[in-house]
Design a protein around this ligand. Structure first.
Ligand SMILES: C[S@@+](CC[C@H](N)C(=O)[O-])C[C@H]1O[C@@H](n2cnc3c(N)ncnc32)[C@H](O)[C@@H]1O
Length: 281
């Protein structure tokens, strides 16, 4: 398949890399900075597993995801790659930050079951496109898209590396006043369950915008489900409201020839934070 865009641009934001670099050895501290990602597995892993099972005619008992090649983009320390590997999938976890990959490899080494099922690589998604067009059955990008430099390019790269009818799972944060107040002000500045500076409200994405971008990039969006984190119990649950976190399942459908990549206009796409934002927060 012909590559449809120039790789001179990157989805990787160096400012974001600096933030994640400081926490590269904290991934597996269940009570630490990434505790909310650990508990998110309680709902995101069943969501991915059950969605994929509902699309297959048969599965191997005990290894329900056997035979599926999954790309975990922005895998960090491997918090999501590992459980998907234990479900039988062949998982490739990529992250632009080498220190994250070192931590992921180190932790994987404690479970011999994962040795052949999970592999990690320090790489950006656009580098994977160079060598792995239409290779993966599934892509997961959990809590990643709000950190990328160029979301349009990121989605188009996902399209390129997915096999036809492959599934894309994204979890991310909506851009609402509530997500500023709870996701940044409360979570980062008041109770500190997320390290300060982890998120920039300006980079949050409304589900309608993500859905539109996916559909104009050749995906069919199958589900957009609201998620809620309770900081008191440390538990996640599914909600009707998508005003905070949400999960998307989309399937690659269109022919790649239907769209073509064009460089975005030079005009900055800046959006002001919500009115509740004040510099004193
Ligand atoms: C909040 S962490 C999520 C880690 C993991 N997906 C999880 O849920 O446990 C975001 C991760 O995305 C990675 N990341 C940031 N920008 C990226 C990009 N453009 N492409 C791939 N990964 C990226 C970061 O290095 C970091 O490991």
């Amino acid at each position: 398949m012909k590559r449809l865009f120039s790789t001179s641009r990157s989805t990787v934001d160096s400012k974001e890399m600096k933030k994640f670099h400081l926490l590269a050895d904290k991934w597996w501290d269940e009570e630490g900075e990434y505790s909310a990602l650990h508990s998110m597995n309680d709902i995101r892993v069943p969501f991915i597993r059950d969605t994929l099972l509902s699309m297959r005619n048969h599965h191997e008992l005990g290894n329900p995801l056997a035979g599926l090649k999954i790309l975990d983009v922005g895998c960090g320390g491997g918090l999501l790659s590992e459980p998907l590997g234990r479900l039988g999938a062949s998982v490739t976890g990529i992250d632009p930050l080498e220190d994250n990959i070192r931590t992921a490899d180190w932790h994987k080494s404690f479970d011999p079951v994962l040795a052949k099922r999970v592999q990690y690589k320090s790489s950006s998604l656009e580098e994977v496109v160079e060598e792995a067009v239409e290779t993966f059955d599934v892509i997961v990008a959990s809590e990643v898209v709000e950190h990328v430099a160029d979301l349009e390019m990121f989605i188009k790269c996902c399209y390129q590396v997915l096999k036809p009818e492959g599934s894309l799972f994204i979890t991310t944060i909506n851009k609402t006043q509530l997500s500023y107040v709870l996701g940044i002000w409360l979570a980062e500045k008041v109770i500190g369950i997320v390290p300060e500076g982890t998120h920039e409200w300006e980079k949050f994405i409304p589900p309608e915008e993500l859905q539109h971008l996916l559909e104009s990039s050749g995906f069919s969006v199958k589900a957009v489900n609201g998620m809620l984190y309770n900081p008191l119990t440390g538990a996640w649950s599914w909600r009707e409201s998508r005003s905070l976190n949400y999960a998307v399942h989309a399937v690659k459908c269109g022919s790649p020839g239907e769209w073509d990549y064009t460089e975005p206009s030079a005009e900055p796409q800046h959006q002001e934070p919500p009115a509740t934002t004040s510099t004193s927060l």
